[in-house]
Ligand binder design. Structure first.
Ligand code: ZN
Length: 74
């Protein structure tokens, strides 16, 4: 895990992070979503060199969580 990933996961609530991690561990679709979103944001933050706003972190986790809910129900 790189520094950005550490930062990203550090911003997530423990409960959300555990749900994401356990789901992502066995879901290829969400692995791709998580990875591509993380890489995109990393490019943005690397080039602009600014702190990632909390809203972006919530956006990523919200995006993945909504996919999880779509697949498994609320
Ligand atoms: Zn999934």
């Amino acid at each position: 895990m790189n520094a950005f990933g550490d930062y990203l996961e550090g911003q997530l609530a423990d409960e959300v992070r555990h749900q994401l991690e356990s789901h992502i561990a066995h879901c290829t679709t969400c692995q791709v979503v998580y990875d591509s979103t993380r890489k995109t944001l990393q490019i943005v933050t690397d080039s602009a060199s600014f702190d990632l706003p909390e809203v972006s972190v919530n956006l990523i986790s919200g995006k993945i969580m909504s996919r999880i809910r779509q697949k498994y129900g609320p």
